[in-house]
Design a protein around this ligand. Structure first.
Ligand code: SF4
Ligand code: SF4
Length: 479
């Protein structure tokens, strides 16, 4: 008998109470400190010498996973869990990049330069879309999946509406025929998101849209201008106003060291809007930029956020490059990377203070890349392990036409072996983090085999969760 590796605890202000959580079972308890102390004693004392009250407490702790047979049992559980996530056939997930073109010119964008890129970047043809749909139908049949999640992403996915409409309708019919439930999500900059688009997709299972706002009006207009330089904030807000009652709308945002301070003003602005109560989620993530010198220390005054390998100076940083599937999908793992130590925790609490649903900063993974039956498909039909890698052809793991090529086979092997969390020692957050975002690790560290880590942000999320849970319990008691 011994305490689980995945126990975390937060002392509460109330005299002698402790918030206990096990990140594997997700059990959460508020107990007196002497009960929490039992966890420290259990390893030395074994099964003998306990009072009957202590035995009762130990039984409760064991039932909730705080006490396990052995460390091996803990590790076996977590290995099996990751394996079951990886192999789950319940849902087929597809993120389709309808185009890599974009009408915005965001300075930080992962998908290409900002010169003639818009004219030359790939766009899926209807002929390719038909082959994608046929491939997806075969995958549904092979898997016997009960549900199908289709996410449109880009570039700006709504620049290719014919493909969006074609795939939505054809896959809806394919799912209906097979008795499979279907959801559509769209990750968009929001500029072309009109009521007509939403009305057209609702009958095919539109679940929600995620729109990016990069700070308050001035900051957003600076960060996310049109290619001609004009601001986009007012137009996007006007579009949200028109569609918020028709589908779920989540707001995301990408911040860096310079822009994080503008987000409270954005939150205040959103709170004043008539659609505020209809926002399904509000969550922000840090911009990840490729370092000029891998693993170089941050430059003094640098506005970019650096991600650091575990064990080297300040730990961690995970951030989803894509947010694909995030925020509007309850099953998405992409929210798993919304962290950046102080700024991340600060913005999360500012968001919560204003009453918006957001991520809790603790339950973050494992994300899409850990699922065998989650696919990202680029405009030419190439397959990727996750949207964050889709701008890099060397990371393609296959093609819808089944072609076999050495480079894709090698990439497949790399992603099959993905288990960066094995380098996380006995971190208690492994079940809810899985080593963080592999795209961030690759971008910053040049490898997917190392974790990237925002443990301080997870710890801050845990502390906030503990205090919220204690406050809710008090409120219930008072009522
Ligand atoms: S599991 Fe996550 S929080 Fe823990 S060391 Fe690994 S990357 Fe960091
Ligand atoms: S590896 Fe990163 S970008 Fe890819 S799905 Fe996971 S969180 Fe998202």
């Amino acid at each position: 008998m011994q305490p689980s590796i995945f126990n975390v605890r937060v002392p509460l202000e109330a005299a002698g109470e402790v918030f206990l959580m096990n990140t594997f079972t997700d059990a959460q308890l508020i107990v007196s400190s002497d009960v929490a102390d039992l966890l420290d004693k259990v390893e030395q004392q074994g099964t003998n010498g306990w009072t009957s009250d202590e035995r009762d407490a130990l039984t409760t702790l064991a039932e909730n996973g705080f006490i396990v047979e052995s460390r091996d049992a803990d590790w076996n559980n977590v290995h099996q869990y990751f394996q079951s996530v990886r192999e789950s056939r319940d849902q087929l997930r597809m993120t389709v990049l309808t185009t890599l073109q974009c009408n915005f010119a965001c300075d930080y964008c992962i998908q290409g330069d900002h010169g003639d890129y818009n004219k030359t970047a790939a766009k899926m043809s209807l002929e390719t879309a038909a082959r994608v749909a046929a491939w997806a139908e075969r995958r549904l049949d092979d898997l016997g999946a009960r549900s199908y999640a289709l996410t449109f992403f880009g570039g700006e996915p709504l620049l290719n509406l014919p493909v969006v409409y074609y795939l939505a309708e054809r896959m809806w019919n394919a799912c209906q025929t097979r008795g499979v439930s279907m959801l559509i999500n769209i990750i968009t900059n929001g500029l072309l998101l009109t009521p007509e688009v939403v009305d057209r997709l609702v009958p095919f299972g539109l679940n929600g849209v995620k729109i990016t706002l990069d700070g308050d009006r001035d900051t957003h207009n600076r960060m996310r201008p049109l290619r001609g330089g004009q601001g986009t904030f007012d137009k996007i807000i006007n579009n949200v106003r028109q569609i918020a009652h028709k589908t779920r709308v989540a707001i995301g945002g990408n911040f860096d060291m310079e822009t994080a301070d503008s987000y409270p003003a954005l939150l205040d602005f959103l709170k004043e809007q008539e659609f505020a109560d209809q926002l399904s989620k509000v969550a922000f993530k840090p911009v990840i930029r490729e370092p000029k010198t891998p693993q170089a220390p941050p430059l003094p005054g640098s506005k970019f956020i650096r991600l650091t390998a575990v064990g080297e100076s300040k730990p961690l940083g995970g951030a989803c490059m894509s947010s694909a599937g995030a925020a509007v999908s309850t099953t998405s793992g992409c929210d798993s990377c919304h962290m950046l130590d102080d700024q991340m925790s600060f913005l999360r609490e500012e968001t919560r203070k204003r009453g918006f649903p957001t991520v809790d900063g603790v339950h973050m993974g494992p994300c899409e890349i850990h699922r065998r039956h989650a696919h990202t498909i680029s405009p030419d039909g190439s397959l990727y392990a996750c949207p964050g890698f889709a701008a890099d052809a060397t990371q393609s793991v296959g093609h819808i036409d089944g072609r076999t090529e050495t480079r894709r086979a090698e990439a497949t092997s790399r992603f099959e072996a993905l288990a960066a969390w094995k380098e996380c020692s006995d971190c208690a957050f492994i079940p809810v983090c899985a080593g963080g975002c592999s795209v961030a690790a690759y971008t910053e560290l040049g490898t997917i085999d190392k974790p990237n880590c925002h443990k301080p942000a997870m710890e801050a999320g845990l502390i906030a969760l503990a205090h919220r849970t204690a406050a809710e319990r008090t409120a219930v008691a008072i009522n």
